[in-house]
Design a protein around this ligand. Structure first.
Ligand SMILES: Nc1ncnc2c1ncn2[C@@H]1O[C@H](COP(=O)(O)OP(=O)(O)OP(=O)(O)O)[C@@H](O)[C@H]1O
Length: 300
């Protein structure tokens, strides 16, 4: 089997501003890939470029071994964009019927999709009367009509309530189990960690895989009786901590430091009342990558 996606040397400018910089990337096997970066750093531009909505200035993009400009990809690849592509004066059903006909799918297939996504109750309403969440569900339905093998999603969780987030997460997992590849841009790092381990960061116009910037550090908030004793021990094993109260502190631990600390508490009979992860690993990597370099990146 050929590659699902191959991006070589892609550069994209908006006037003088370079957004993508000789970006190389390839997706060799079906995967759910999270695309993470701060606002305004090129996630949408990259997805638009793959979908041939934004024209690239240099480089090549191939999808399923075809140039990304090939019209046939319309039947294999979908792109869940933001709701600006919807027409307010049309109903959800109008949108879905139009795409169904273009994709050559049957009415029965569309009815089944509407049932699966549980969006039937508002398909006859005009889109201008939809909530943000309803629009997001409609966009997902539009993107799924062609049963894509590659699905690009730009912020699919935007505006969704917790129930809807769980529903979309279930849909993503179910599609993944059927071998659908997905590239999902999201700011919701907690949620992203629940659907995939495959994370790429867009940084200074290039993609960096999570493994390349992996750090062994997790921030915990810990509640115990003898904070001073714990902090004095932790300073000796180089754990950075901040005391929050006489019973509470936060500390950033490597796996090994955390295990040493647990043994210390056991030996000293210090009871841990509570121990919560404050920042997950992905969040910690994110802050390390972008916050540390923010001065250089956002120089004005
Ligand atoms: N059509 C355009 N014309 C000019 N500049 C643009 C255009 N589209 C995007 N940009 C600029 O390119 C940069 C990247 O924008 P893009 O929308 O790709 O970022 P993003 O990471 O998707 O942001 P967000 O997370 O806020 O959606 C921004 O500085 C933006 O202002």
């Amino acid at each position: 089997m050929g590659k699902i996606l191959e991006i070589k040397g892609v550069t994209k400018y908006f006037c003088e501003q370079q957004v993508l910089d000789e970006l190389d990337f390839s997706l060799d096997e079906p995967k759910v890939l999270a695309l993470v970066a701060p606002n305004g750093t090129g996630k949408t531009t990259l997805l638009n470029s793959i979908a041939n909505i934004d024209q690239i200035d240099e480089g090549t993009i191939r999808v399923f071994d075809q140039p990304h400009t090939d019209y046939q990809l319309f039947y294999k690849m979908s792109y869940l964009q933001d709701s600006s592509i919807l027409y307010g004066h049309l109903t959800g059903w109008d949108h879905l019927e139009f795409v169904r006909k273009e994709q050559g799918k049957s009415k029965e297939e569309l009815q089944q999709l509407i049932l699966d996504l549980d969006i039937g109750t508002y398909m006859k309403k005009k889109v201008k009367h939809y909530s943000l969440g309803m629009k997001q569900h409609l966009l997902l339905a539009i993107a799924l009509i062609n049963q894509p093998a590659l699905l690009l999603m730009d912020e699919p969780l935007n505006g969704l309530d917790p129930d809807s987030i769980i529903k979309v997460r279930t849909i993503i997992r179910s599609l993944a189990s059927k071998g659908v590849s997905m590239i999902i841009s999201s700011h919701n790092l907690d949620e992203i960690e629940k659907v995939t381990d495959n994370v790429v960061f867009l940084y200074e116009g290039k993609l960096i895989e999570k493994e390349e910037v992996m750090i062994d550090a997790i921030e915990y908030t810990i509640v115990l009786k003898e904070v001073e004793k714990a902090l004095s021990f932790l300073s000796r094993i180089d754990v950075t901590c901040t005391k929050l109260s006489d019973y509470k502190f936060v500390g950033t631990f490597s796996k090994q430091q955390f295990s040493v600390f647990r043994s210390f508490c056991k030996e000293q009979e210090i009871e841990l009342f509570d121990c919560q992860v404050t920042h997950g690993q992905l969040e910690t990597i994110y802050f390390n990558l972008y916050e540390k370099n923010s001065e250089a990146q956002y120089d004005i």
